[in-house]
Write a protein that binds this ligand. Structure first.
Ligand code: COA
Length: 266
């Protein structure tokens, strides 16, 4: 795997990645392993997780453990962290990649639909941060990277639920960075724009909608999973030692044209 980073920047580290079984979470895990880390990936689908862990281990020669858990359930998160600590004795990087989303107008959302996305994205991120803090980070420092979005910078149609959840993720990122920085814990977020090779773009911008969206992005294309993984690698590395409480937008400038894009999708 060719990389702009030295291949040992995460040597000796352990990454704990929710949503690591597929998409951006899988890509971030692969990149971290390819740069020296061992990993624990967490998600709801045990079969997919196990297959991904095997693939990533074979591809990088590092250890990858799969643990099925639901980030909405604190006990389930705690068990996953305990598994990671028992297996590796440490956790250095926590990536909150687990997310849920679907296209729905506010008028068509049920109470439970809104709550479900808030629970996975916002509460799930908090649950993992808190449990990782209590079990490891408070005493040893570390690095938290939350997956956010740009949906809430203006407003995004059919995304009331996810926009509210990601706004909460940004707020958590800043509050935890403020309170935990003195303990050697850096907390940052990445806000990806549309990433072409993900389930998200397939679901949220299908067919012609996707083509119009791509044309409206300043750099003229969707991002790739590898490009988001590069941002995560930077944030996890000592190269970002001064970066704390930041939300790094990696979207080719897409959100700058949000109004234009919204009008085009009308
Ligand atoms: N439009 C409106 N409401 C929807 C919906 C849609 N497309 N999809 C799900 N919902 C509602 C359901 O109707 C349900 O509400 P109800 O009980 O009032 O009917 C509620 O959301 C929960 O759905 P459920 O399928 O029971 O939840 P789940 O926990 O199994 O799944 C989701 C969570 C809904 C987020 C699901 O899409 C998921 O698991 N996604 C994971 C993958 C993903 O979204 N990745 C991110 C891509 S950007």
């Amino acid at each position: 795997m060719s990389s702009v980073f030295r291949n040992d920047i995460l040597a000796g580290k352990v990454a704990f990645v929710t949503g690591g079984g597929s998409g951006i979470g899988r890509g971030i895990t692969l990149a971290m392993m390819a740069h020296g880390a061992d990993a624990v990936i967490v998600g709801r689908n045990a079969d997919r997780l196990a297959a991904t862990a095997r693939e990533l281990g074979a591809e990088t020669g590092r250890a990858c453990l799969a643990h099925a858990a639901d980030v909405r359930e604190p006990a389930s998160v705690e068990a996953a962290l305990d598994t990671a600590l028992t297996a590796f004795g440490r956790i250095d990087v926590v990536v909150n990649g687990a997310a849920g989303n679907f296209l729905a107008p506010a008028a068509g959302l049920s109470y439970n639909g809104f709550r479900t996305v808030m629970a996975i994205d916002a509460l799930g991120t908090y649950n993992v941060c808190k449990a990782a803090f209590d079990r490891r980070l408070r005493d040893h420092g570390g690095n938290i990277i939350n997956l956010s979005a740009t949906l809430h910078y203006g407003a995004t149609p059919m995304q009331t639920h996810a926009a509210a959840a990601k706004a909460a993720v940004d707020s958590l990122t800043r509050s935890l960075a403020l309170e935990w920085g003195s303990l050697g814990i850096r907390v940052n977020a990445i806000a990806p724009g549309p990433i072409g090779d993900t389930e998200g773009v397939k679901r949220l911008a299908p067919g012609e909608m996707g083509a119009r969206l791509r044309r409206a992005i300043p750099i003229g294309r969707f991002g790739t999973i590898d490009e988001i993984a590069n941002v995560a690698l930077f944030l996890a590395s000592d190269g970002a030692s001064l970066v704390n409480g930041a939300v790094v937008v990696a979207d080719g400038g897409a959100w700058l044209g949000a109004a234009r894009i919204g009008a085009m999708l009308d």
